[in-house]
Design a protein around this ligand. Structure first.
Ligand SMILES: Cc1cc2nc3c(=O)[nH]c(=O)nc-3n(C[C@H](O)[C@H](O)[C@H](O)COP(=O)(O)O)c2cc1C
Length: 432
């Protein structure tokens, strides 16, 4: 269980959270969650499913959040102002807790038969769900299918945990602890929580439409995350890349109007909505997926591809054995995907961007990498001890090109992504 101090408001102060409360025995714990959110400076509005009223009263939820609780879809006053749309838009994040099996099923199917599910379908923001149910309900293939579908749709999950249930059974299905949900909310609120409309759809009448998007009509391929190189069926070589920067770049390219393919190594992140995500494990898989995704106007290699892989991964688990001598590990070089794409004779993307994560001589190494790989731009970042870049939420980068070095101040990975994509769009427009 997380033990974050309650007064720690980092990332939550001023944020607006819409809580959707389902009809589960754990609904009372949401009062605690709402209390923590408010103490951390977030404002909370709440929607309860009609059936949730059996478990917690609108009066108690309302007293904790300091606002009226909403339940009625066809309430005249609310709907006169298109209440369900407004509720779904006036939030930075929608949090469903407890998410019952029924609510997950309705969400996965797009069923809209009460205020909660209407808000969940109409929202333009990310949705985080905290499931809670009996272990048989959680493990049932129908729930497994619904959860998989929701994850594909970009819905974020926290929990459930394993533990004792109100029904006396023990297993997976307990609601995550309120402080763990709070942490997941904090994570989900990092960066842009808006879910973009598909390219070409603005949601506004043509006369009010924004000027055309900077990457409209362009195709972008991004790699992200680490690769995992197997030693045997249970062990692998990997690195600390979280994929946050690469995923943020893919999301920013999509928001800029591009058709985006994101090739992701194993990460703990949700797929960015609207992006064609292809999941891979090893460097060889990633190379094949990149080849299949090209051609593109812009290729951004943000993945931390392992330089080496085991020469001969074992089919069986390598035994520790009795001898003191550890097994010998022979490595071979992995393909250099960035250099291969930049060096393509035919079908080279017009702009090829690489990343250089260095722990020393950052700029000199980045310039050498630019030449060695033949790419157009290197985004260089210092990943030395204490930099908090690998896995962290922010990044301080230098843009190294043949014209020189541009240094950007430390900013969130989403901001780096937005600026990088805007920069690339300008370069693409100016390239013959
Ligand atoms: C005492 C009791 C406890 C329940 N607890 C849960 C639960 O923890 N999780 C769950 O998925 N359903 C639970 N249910 C079943 C839901 O209440 C039921 O499926 C309901 O229709 C879900 O409504 P919703 O979609 O508004 O959440 C419980 C039912 C009862 C009677």
């Amino acid at each position: 269980m997380t033990t974050a101090p309650l007064e720690d408001s980092a990332g939550l102060a001023g944020k607006r959270v819409l809580l959707v409360i389902g009809s589960g025995i754990a609904a009372y714990k949401v009062l605690d969650l709402a209390r923590h959110l408010r103490r951390a400076g977030a404002s909370v509005r709440a929607v309860m499913t009609p059936s949730a009223h059996h478990f917690v009263t609108p009066l108690s939820v309302g007293s904790v959040i300091g606002d009226l609780v909403h339940s009625e879809l066809h309430s005249l006053t609310g709907e006169a102002e298109m209440g369900h749309i407004q509720l779904s838009r006036d939030a930075d994040l929608v949090v469903v807790a407890p998410a019952t099996a029924n609510l997950l099923a309705r969400m996965a199917q797009g069923i809209v038969d009460d205020l909660a599910t209407t808000v969940l379908l109409a929202t333009d923001k990310r949705v985080l769900v905290a499931p809670a149910m009996n272990l048989r309900m959680w493990l049932h293939p129908a729930t497994t299918r619904n959860v998989a579908q929701l994850k594909r749709d970009g819905v974020l999950f926290v929990g459930p945990m394993e533990g004792s249930m109100a029904c006396g059974e023990y297993g997976p299905g307990r609601l995550a602890e309120p402080l763990d949900i709070l942490e997941a909310i904090r994570d989900a609120l990092r960066g842009d929580t808006r879910v973009p409309l598909p390219p070409g759809v603005t949601g506004r009448p043509p006369e009010l439409a924004e000027p055309s998007l900077p990457l409209a009509g362009r195709r972008v391929v991004v790699t992200s995350g680490p690769t995992q190189e197997p030693l045997d069926p249970v062990r692998f070589i990997a690195n600390r890349s979280s994929g946050r920067q690469g995923h943020a770049i893919a999301a920013a390219a999509h928001a800029a109007g591009a058709a985006v393919v994101l090739i992701s190594g194993p990460v703990a992140l949700a797929d960015p909505p609207g992006v064609d995500v292809r999941h891979v494990e090893t460097a060889l898989d990633m190379r094949a997926a990149v080849e299949a995704a090209l051609p593109a106007d812009l290729f951004v290699a943000a993945a931390a591809v392992a330089d080496w892989r085991a020469a001969a991964p074992s089919r069986e688990k390598i035994k520790k054995g009795d001898a003191d001598e550890p097994p010998e590990l022979r490595l071979v070089r992995n393909p250099d995907i960035l250099a291969e794409v930049a060096g393509r004779a035919g079908g080279r993307p017009r702009l090829v961007v690489g990343f250089a994560a260095e722990t020393e001589n950052l700029l000199a190494n980045a310039s050498r990498k630019l030449e060695r790989k033949g790419c157009d731009l290197i985004v260089a970042n210092d990943v030395g001890a204490g930099s908090d870049v690998m896995g962290g939420a922010s990044n301080a980068v230098h843009l190294v090109s043949r014209l020189g070095v541009e240094t950007w101040p430390k900013m969130s990975k989403a901001e780096v992504a937005g600026r990088l994509i805007a920069h690339c769009a300008t370069l693409l427009d100016s390239k013959p």
